[in-house]
Structures are given as structure tokens and as C-alpha cells.
Design a protein around this ligand. Structure first.
Ligand SMILES: Cc1cc2nc3c(=O)[nH]c(=O)nc-3n(C[C@H](O)[C@H](O)[C@H](O)COP(=O)(O)OP(=O)(O)OC[C@H]3O[C@@H](n4cnc5c(N)ncnc54)[C@H](O)[C@@H]3O)c2cc1C
Length: 277
């Protein structure tokens, strides 16, 4: 389905952002491939929008949401998951299939596609630790099957040897469970540390080498500091909360203010984890 002038605030966990000129939700891989063959506009792939800030002036291209890519199977000990499957669903699926290792995914409010692009991680594990291979599509609509070795994986960073491809699914390998972590306990632990339930993008900044972004922000006395409706969380200083109808500009200005303050106090550059479009 193709629609126009769609407000991105409805699709991003920050609950703000401008209009997407075109917004396409393919029904199937064939549908997506056909669309891409005829598309000339710039593309923004959208998962659950939990790590995305779309500027107030919007996105002058086509946003593609793979929410209908919901395959979830276990085949020859490999979990096959479409890009639109939520990470929470994979964690529960693994639990049901008595596979261990995927419990951490329950703590990340994203989709498979977004998690692959970000190398999302929590509690000492990252999604690419479990990737066997991925299925991708390029901007001309051609499909590929890529192995893990086709990517350079880092902390919240994934560099593809073959540029210009998007993830449409992952094949993930987990161990047969001898012992599984308790998902409920992990979620309780996360809820104690993070302002869950308020509009945010999770951690705004990557942790610099041997440092914690949250500690640097806290030591800069920025907890609770606001610009417009955007505030640094009092619970976790690396979270920015859309507290009072913040614009994307408020959030971006706050990001910039935090970067400048931390730089002048500690001489450290904070790099954003959130993707700004
Ligand atoms: C409360 C909260 C807690 C969080 N905790 C964590 C955490 O513990 N660990 C962590 O790593 N992250 C965390 N995050 C951030 C976020 O959930 C992750 O980065 C997640 O992987 C983003 O997935 P998404 O589907 O929402 O992607 P989106 O936000 O929709 O997109 C993120 C990026 O991925 C790209 N992308 C999306 N889909 C595709 C695709 N199919 N192919 C290619 N590129 C694509 C987008 O273009 C964008 O650049 C948290 C966020 C929130 C709101």
C-alpha cells in the first residue's frame, strides 16, 4: 500500500517528526521488489522507529515499512525471521522452542530489520552474535542471500561489503537450551534502570571507549535539563524524553547541547546512536 504525506510521529518512538512524502507498506517480497524496480526516490527503511528521529521538515522520499514480513520458523536448528518480526516475539519463540541466547532481545523494542542495521544489543549480547546469514534486497529489487562474513560488525555498527542493500530477513542460530535466562527478570532489571513507557529512542549516544555516555552526561549536571519539550531523563541520563510535545528540532538541539557540554567538560566527543533523518 502506498500513501502520501504521512506523519512520521505515528511511527517513531519519540512520537514526533515531520511528514514522509511517500510511505509504502509492501504485502510481500514480490510486491517490494516490483515497487523498487520502478522507484526513483530516496529510500528510508523503517522498522519500529525506536531508534529514529525524523526532522520536522520531514523526509523527501519514500519510507518503506516491512511490517508484513512476519515469517517466523525453526528450520534445521535455524530461526528464520522476517525483517518485520519484533525482537520480543523472537525471544518468546526461542523460549518456546527451548533455545538459549535470544533472551536479551526481549529488552529491545525493535524489529529484526532495525536490529540487524544497528547491531542492537543488551545484557552483553548483540544480534549479530547469532546471525548465520541474512536475506537482502537492493534498490533495484534484486534479492540476495548474504553470509555473516559479508559484513563488518562493530558496536552498534554494521558495514556491508555490498553497499545499498536492505535486510528483509535473518537466519539466526541459537544453542539448544541447557539453561535459559528468565525473560521476566531481564525486563524487571531493565525497567529499574530505564524510563520505559515514556517517548524516547533508548540510548541517544554510543558509549565512548572505556566510558559511559550516561555517566558523562550526569557528571555534566544535565539530568532533567530541557530544551522546549525535550528533557534529559532523570532516571537514565543517556535517554532524552519527549516530555511535553517536543519537536524534532527541540530534541536535536538538546542532543547538540549535550555534545557541546560534555566536550567542553571532558574533551570527549559523544557520537549519536540514534539515526537522524
Ligand atoms: C525504550 C528503548 C530502549 C532501547 N534499548 C535498547 C537496547 O537495550 N539496545 C539497543 O541496541 N537498542 C535499544 N534501543 C534502540 C532500538 O530499539 C534499537 O536500535 C532497535 O534495533 C531499532 O529497531 P527498529 O526496528 O525500531 O529500527 P528503526 O528505529 O525503525 O530504524 C533504525 C535504523 O535501522 C534502519 N533500518 C530499519 N529497518 C531496516 C531494514 N529492513 N534494512 C536496513 N535498514 C533498516 C533504519 O533506516 C534506521 O537507520 C532502545 C529503544 C527504546 C525506545
Amino acid at each position: 500500500m502506498l500513501i502520501h504525506n504521512e506523519p512520521m510521529s505515528g511511527y517513531c518512538s519519540f512520537r514526533t517528526g515531520g511528514l514522509a512524502q511517500d510511505f509504502f507498506t509492501p504485502n510481500s517480497i514480490e510486491d517490494l521488489s516490483e515497487f523498487l524496480k520502478n522507484n526513483q526516490k530516496s529510500i528510508l527503511m523503517l522498522g519500529l522507529g525506536s531508534n529514529l528521529l525524523v526532522r520536522d521538515r520531514g523526509f523527501d522520499g519514500v519510507v518503506i515499512k516491512l511490517s508484513n514480513f512476519k515469517t517466523l520458523n525453526l528450520k534445521n536448528s535455524i530461526v528464520e525471521a522476517g525483517a518485520g518480526v519484533t525482537l520480543a516475539k523472537i525471544a518468546r519463540f526461542c523460549e518456546g522452542e527451548k533455545l538459549s541466547g535470544g533472551e536479551f532481545l526481549s529488552a529491545i523494542p525493535g524489529s529484526v530489520g532495525g536490529a540487524l542495521a544497528m547491531n542492537a544489543g543488551a545484557f552483553g549480547s548483540e544480534i549479530w552474535d547469532f546471525v548465520h546469514s541474512v536475506n537482502t534486497i537492493n534498490s533495484s529489487g534484486t534479492l540476495f542471500h548474504r553470509m555473516k562474513k559479508d559484513y563488518k560488525i562493530g558496536y552498534r555498527q554494521v558495514i556491508a561489503k555490498n553497499d545499498g542493500e536492505y535486510f528483509i530477513g535473518a537466519n539466526l542460530k541459537f544453542e539448544q537450551a541447557t539453561k535459559q535466562n528468565n525473560i521476566k527478570e531481564l525486563l524487571e532489571k531493565r525497567n529499574q534502570l530505564q524510563p520505559i513507557g515514556l517517548p524516547s529512542c533508548g540510548s541517544v549516544f554510543k558509549n565512548p571507549t572505556n566510558q559511559h555516555a550516561a555517566k558523562l552526561i550526569e557528571k555534566s549536571n544535565l539530568k532533567g535539563f530541557c530544551i522546549g519539550g525535550a528533557c534529559v531523563s532523570n532516571k537514565h541520563a543517556n535517554f532524552i524524553i519527549n516530555q511535553d510535545d517536543a519537536s524534532a528540532t527541540d530534541i536535536e538541539n538538546l542532543i547538540f547541547h549535550i555534545q557541546q557540554t560534555v566536550k567542553s567538560k571532558f574533551g570527549i566527543d559523544l557520537e549519536t546512536e540514534v539515526k537522524i533523518v
